[in-house]
Design a protein around this ligand. Structure first.
Ligand code: ATP
Ligand code: MG
Length: 508
């Protein structure tokens, strides 16, 4: 429709600037894209002259074609629009001829044009007037001249619609004749846009160029999640390394508390590999990436009840698909497989899947889980490595350090996270009680041997925001600055500073 034509016009108007910006590039990708971008001057000229600034959706009701584009159309508009002048003129003339002073010429949608005479003057109406409608206070008439005028106006409006539709089709055909090159221009601009976006992201986010390898390894130093790092408000994003290869570090079992950052980390690795293969720079300090044939993921919970798939069924279908299609050149991200069923069923499936991938498929894999029993697989199979995300216990609180460290962990701190989420205290207390009971029975034994020592470095590098942010934030939020004396304010500030130093943060 004409709106599409107006959009095309807006787009084509921007093309000359693009061409000018690309002109200095004489070879390479930008030059190639530039050569595919055509300014379509003739089409643009038609669109500028032909289509109004803000055309309607409908194409059969006129209002699309600009004044000055077509002489015949302008004449019709003249007729259709200048009817008021003619009516006033006609009214004056009839008043004079009949001597009826308060006679009026008007129009309504049902009866068309009419001459209205009030009751008192009806006797003066000449015989040539044809009565059309009787009102409470008067009569309405028509005369042949007014009828002719009416036909002319109505047919002018109709003709405008037809002529506009015809002209619009001409313009549309003119666009259609250039369709192939317009589309290629659009594609080239799309590609340019994508490249530009990647370049801007790389520039603003200090991305680096990854090195490509064919040795099967994926090594990322200080990698960041390109989206999460932008969205964090109260914390700084903590960069992390990854080291995968086709041999001794093929499959990582990732454990760590809820909320620690396992899912973020795994997606970050997958995203960075994907970005490499798109031709993008990466948010990291350094990377060596071996291209993968596919990235498989199984994350989150969803169901598809309408097609007969329960939550767990969807999960298993996805896992089946991965196990069928992944190769040794694939990257697999599995986030808590087996969670949607009973503990032993889930854990057994999780372990069998890990063993199968590691022994049969040999794909590079990240496997996040709360089945802490799986960390013993590191000792049983080549290629499996345990990593976990470090946390620090502080009194009753858990501080998330966001650091990936070698080794597994055997605690999830689920109840702590439930508390953060605001579960009622009664529920939390009862959960704590039950946890102690279950742990005492210990059917899923807690293995002390795999406890991780958090390296001092990780502790210090950890997210400063969460290290001491909570206490300081709570104190700040509890202050009523308006009622404090200057001395109180000084004292409080001093205490906050001391607190910050004591907790070993690096506020500066
Ligand atoms: N490296 C990081 N630096 C800073 N913040 C992070 C980092 N990684 C994750 N986060 C924050 O922690 C939140 C929780 O992370 P994530 O969902 O990855 O945890 P998880 O370990 O998968 O938890 P769960 O076991 O409950 O699934 C994220 O939404 C993000 O805000
Ligand atoms: Mg998760």
């Amino acid at each position: 429709n004409a709106r599409d034509m107006a959009s095309l016009r807006t787009a084509l108007l921007a093309v000359p600037d693009l061409k000018r910006l690309l002109a200095p590039y004489r070879k390479g990708l930008l030059a190639k894209l530039s050569s595919r971008i055509d300014s379509h001057d003739a089409v643009l000229d038609e669109l500028r002259r032909g289509i109004v600034d803000d055309p309607p959706f409908t194409v059969r009701e006129g209002g699309m074609i600009r004044k000055g584009y077509n002489v015949e159309l302008d004449e019709l508009h003249d007729i259709a629009e200048n009817n008021n002048a003619w009516m006033q003129d006609f009214e004056l003339r009839i008043k004079e001829e009949t001597g009826i002073k308060n006679l009026k010429v008007g129009f309504n949608k049902v009866f068309g044009y009419y001459i209205e005479v009030s009751k008192g003057q009806v006797s003066q109406v000449p015989d040539s007037f044809i009565r059309k409608q009787t009102l409470v206070n008067g009569e309405r008439y028509i005369v042949p001249e007014l009828k002719t005028f009416e036909n002319k106006i109505l047919s002018a409006k109709e003709k405008i619609q037809q002529l506009e539709y015809y002209l619009f089709n001409e313009i549309r055909n003119c666009v259609r004749d250039e369709l192939v090159t317009i589309q290629d221009t659009a594609r080239a601009i799309g590609e340019l846009d994508a490249i530009y976006s990647l370049a801007m992201a790389a520039f603003k986010g200090n991305y680096v160029c990854p090195r490509l390898s064919d040795k099967g390894e994926i090594i990322i130093k200080d990698g960041r999640h390109p989206v999460v790092e932008k969205l964090l408000e109260r914390e700084l994003f903590v960069p992390n390394d990854v080291q995968l290869n086709g041999q001794d570090e093929r499959l990582i079992i990732l454990t760590g508390p809820n909320m620690a950052g396992k899912s973020t980390y795994m997606r970050q690795v997958a995203l960075l590999v994907l970005m490499t293969q798109m031709g993008s720079f990466l948010p990291c300090r350094e990377a060596v990436i071996t291209p993968v044939d596919r990235i498989f993921t199984r994350v989150g919970a969803s169901d598809d009840l309408a097609t007969g798939q329960s939550t767990f069924m969807v999960e298993m279908n996805e896992v089946a698909n991965i196990l069928k299609n992944a190769t040794s050149r694939s990257l697999i991200i599995l986030d808590e497989v087996g969670r949607g069923t009973s503990t032993y069923d889930g854990m057994s499936i999780a372990r069998a899947v890990v063993e199968y991938i590691n022994e049969k498929i040999k794909a590079k894999t990240l496997f996040a889980t709360h089945y802490h029993e799986l960390i013993e697989l590191e000792d049983l199979f080549d290629g499996i490595k345990n990593y976990s995300i470090a946390v620090k216990e502080k009194g009753n609180d858990v501080v998330f350090l966001r650091r990936i460290v070698p080794g597994g962990t055997d605690r999830s701190y689920g109840i702590h996270v439930a508390k953060l989420a605001g579960l009622p205290k009664k529920v939390l207390d009862r959960a704590d009680e039950l946890l102690e009971e279950y742990a005492a029975e210990a059917p899923l034994s807690h293995k002390g041997t795999h406890h991780v020592e958090i390296p001092k470095q990780a502790e210090q590098d950890g997210a400063q925001g969460s290290l001491f942010g909570d206490t300081i934030r709570d104190t700040l939020m509890g202050l009523d600055v308006m009622t404090m004396t200057p001395l109180e304010a000084m004292n409080t500030l001093y205490q906050l500073a001391e607190e910050a130093k004591r907790e070993g943060g690096k506020l500066s």
